[in-house]
Design a protein around this ligand. Structure first.
Ligand code: AHM
Ligand code: MG
Length: 342
């Protein structure tokens, strides 16, 4: 059943597809191919959303019994989401190479015998997937690059580009509603899936992240293995001073994309720093950090590895990890002050 909408609301409804077509001219020499790529990703997102909504009914909770390339337990839904995105991109024909957190090698796409489309897509098919069984929000994160000149047959080297070279990035959160947020370097827009009509509708135009926020997100269980500057920063955020708005609140879902989404809308800072045992932290540069860094910056926020801009890191391998400090600009800057020991 379609919901009752006022004439005003009907006039204002804009689908993702309409929005993409309107914005197509922002891209120089646009042929429509990038728009089709975003459409392919949104189709996969709808299918994964459908799987997610039925996850407790169809027996697809739990682990596959496999350990993925990162040494983590692979969930059935991780694999299913990976397969749906690969299938949609293969069918769409605009993508020539896929890198996925759930697959050890880059996946070349050959369309009708030629080398496929112009774009490279890197993705985390289901971020935060250990949360699925307990009905906590999870999401998909994607990052888009152009195939650089000189790569006839796309190889993994073609994908090893710094985040500043992204031509698009986005995520989908399968939460209390399903939302797709993306950027092409001209601001950030969010589209909520209307389950009645099966369309993503523009619901969050031109998202701007507040300069500062009241929430920080970090796995504080690792506190004793954080570097001293970070431990001091956490204690600073916990100071008791109601007049100045302290202490801040901790919000940590254990699903990066969901924590990021909340902080993007409300203001806040997400951190996954290096620890004593994991100098590079946990999050993956190409699948998680770069795309969300692109979105954070486009929304007026910041993203660093505790030293410099995430987007400027030259990747050496596809599954590379990096420490991450991402969110409201003033909070990232404050973290840096403490990390430097100012
Ligand atoms: P995943 O991509 O395998 O789900 O792992 C990444 C997740 C992030 O979504 C989340 O913020 C983090 O791992 C949680 O890790 P931890 O349990 O160490 O706090
Ligand atoms: Mg992830």
């Amino acid at each position: 059943m379609l919901p009752d909408l006022t004439a005003q609301e009907i006039g204002d409804l804009k689908t993702l597809e309409q929005f993409i077509i309107e914005r197509q001219d922002e891209h120089a020499h646009s042929t429509g191919s990038f728009s089709r790529l975003i459409r392919d990703l949104s189709v996969a997102a709808k299918i994964v959303n459908w799987h997610m909504r039925r996850a407790g009914i169809s027996n697809i909770f739990g682990a596959t019994g496999e350990i993925n390339v990162h040494g983590e337990v692979q969930q059935v839904m991780d694999l299913r989401a990976h397969n749906e995105f690969v299938r949609a991109l293969r069918r769409g024909g605009e993508c020539c190479l896929i890198g996925s957190e759930e697959h050890s090698e880059a996946i070349p796409i050959n369309t009708n015998g030629d080398s496929g489309g112009d774009y490279i897509v890197l993705l985390d098919p289901l971020d935060g997937s250990s949360n699925i069984e307990v009905n906590v929000s999870v999401g998909t994160i994607f990052s888009i690059y152009r195939l650089p000149e000189g790569f006839g047959t796309p190889t993994v080297e073609a994908a090893l580009q710094p985040g500043v070279k992204q031509v698009g990035a986005g995520y989908i959160v399968y939460g209390s509603s399903t939302i797709l947020v993306y950027t092409t370097g001209h601001g950030v827009n969010g589209f909520t899936l209307d389950p009645a009509i099966g369309e993503f509708i523009l619901s969050h135009p031109d998202i701007r992240i507040p300069r500062t926020g009241k929430m920080y997100s970090i796995n504080e269980g690792n506190y004793n293995s954080f570097e001293p500057g970070l431990r001091k920063y956490i204690k600073w955020m916990q100071q008791v001073d109601a007049e100045k708005g302290f202490p801040l609140s901790t919000r940590y879902i254990g699903s990066f994309v969901s924590d990021f989404h909340r902080n993007l809308l409300k203001g806040g800072l997400y951190m996954y720093p290096s620890t004593k045992d994991n100098k590079q932290g946990k999050l993956r540069l190409m699948y998680e950090a770069n795309p969300l860094a692109f979105i954070a910056e486009q929304a007026g926020g910041a993203a660093t590895d505790g030293k410099g801009r995430i987007l400027e890191i030259q990747p050496e391998k596809l599954h590379q990890r990096t420490p991450v400090y991402i969110g409201s600009k003033d909070m990232v800057e404050k973290a840096h002050e403490f990390l430097r020991g100012d």
